[in-house]
Design a protein around this ligand. Structure first.
Ligand SMILES: Cc1cc2nc3c(=O)[nH]c(=O)nc-3n(C[C@H](O)[C@H](O)[C@H](O)COP(=O)(O)OP(=O)(O)OC[C@H]3O[C@@H](n4cnc5c(N)ncnc54)[C@H](O)[C@@H]3O)c2cc1C
Length: 329
């Protein structure tokens, strides 16, 4: 059994338990969200002892070298001393420039960071409200083309951050930005490789950035973007995507509607079902899957079965904070 020393208090960590679970069980007020090693909201620093390599996966090398790690996926094997990371070291300020409703339940927000943010289109950052509430949002902007950072936010029933952003956030407000994080982005090279992009809801945000980034980099292979929603009203930025399609013969935008009859120009069915039925063989394709986690995980398996290589599949599952009394299955 390893022990965790956190601000002069020692907690025992039994086998298989994570540092985050031990701290939460013992009433420590530490931030977290996905609890799966994805969102980086809970990042901490180990100041004595070592953590397993898995607890630093996905962090930038420079941060890992400073002892940053993810307590939600850290099962320590030796005694360790850990601390929170000072907020000013994690978050830099950004000002809200504009908020643009896209559907009744989705808006896009434009931010200007006070210090330059170096990112790849498709990565995500953590946004922090003044009171400390933190959630992850994917970047829809492209650094080489857009001056402002763009995010798409969907309202979730009872969701703290999304409702606040849609109802109360105003231009001029400040938010903290942590990141960027994530490896779901376009890497130049293999310019003739075919690309399949599948997203539902605001899973479109990183995909728009990735598609525009690839086109700007001179990608010549076909880029097929499937965007899904249960209803027609849930699809957004269709005109922009049609314009992109008109400007680039290798880019296709395929909007999909899974409930009811699809209107002309829309495919009936879930975006992943439609995409895999239209592209049965994916050997040598590059795949990007973003949005609702069950769709992302299931599409990942289907892409592998269709012949795509693991190294060619990039995912951005929007894992939610678990707040239900009976956790989702
Ligand atoms: C890598 C990553 C990228 C992401 N990118 C985006 C993005 O680009 N756009 C986007 O919109 N989202 C994105 N998300 C999701 C985002 O981080 C938030 O989780 C989302 O906005 C919901 O946050 P919230 O504070 O509104 O909801 P929370 O308050 O965290 O609630 C989470 C869930 O619990 C439910 N809930 C809340 N309170 C209760 C309660 N009392 N009882 C039962 N259920 C309850 C809510 O309905 C919701 O489903 C991303 C997530 C990750 C991990």
């Amino acid at each position: 059994m390893a022990s965790v020393l956190f601000y002069n208090r020692i907690f025992s960590c039994s086998e298989g338990q994570t540092v985050l679970d031990v701290l939460l069980e013992n009433g420590q007020d530490v931030p977290y969200s996905c609890k799966m090693g994805v969102c980086v909201t809970c990042v901490m620093q180990v100041v004595e002892g070592g953590v397993p390599a898995q607890a630093q996966e996905g962090l930038r090398d420079s941060l890992a070298a400073q002892g940053h790690f993810l307590p939600c996926v850290c099962q320590p094997t030796t005694d360790i001393t850990v601390t929170n990371i000072a907020e000013q070291d994690l978050f830099s300020p950004a000002v809200v420039l504009d908020i643009d409703p896209l559907t009744p339940d989705i808006c896009r927000i434009f931010l200007e960071p006070t210090t330059p943010l170096y990112y790849h289109a498709g990565q995500f950052v953590n946004l922090r409200r003044e009171d400390g509430l933190v959630r992850s949002y994917s970047l829809a902007s492209v650094p080489s083309q857009d001056d402002r950072l763009e995010f798409h936010v969907k309202r979730l029933e009872k969701g703290q951050m999304s409702n606040w952003i849609l109802d109360d956030l105003e231009p001029g407000h400040h938010l903290g930005i942590q990141g960027p994080t994530g490896n779901c982005f376009y890497e130049p090279g293999r310019a003739d490789q075919k690309m399949l992009l599948i997203g539902n809801g605001t899973g479109l945000a990183p995909l728009i950035g990735i598609a525009r980034d690839a086109l700007a980099a001179g990608h010549i292979g076909s880029i097929n973007l499937y965007h899904g929603s249960q209803t027609l009203a849930g699809l957004y930025l269709g005109d922009d995507l049609r314009e992109l399609e008109a400007a680039h013969s290798n880019f296709s935008y395929i909007p999909c509607v899974s409930r009811g009859d699809a209107a002309e120009g829309y495919r009936p069915g879930r975006a992943d079902d439609v995409a895999f039925s239209e592209h049965a063989g994916l050997k040598d394709w590059r795949i990007f899957l973003c949005g609702y986690p069950p769709m992302v995980h299931c599409a990942n398996d289907r892409a592998l079965r269709a012949g795509a290589a693991i190294a060619d599949i990039y995912t951005d599952p929007y894992e939610l904070k678990e707040l239900r009394e009976t956790p989702r299955s």
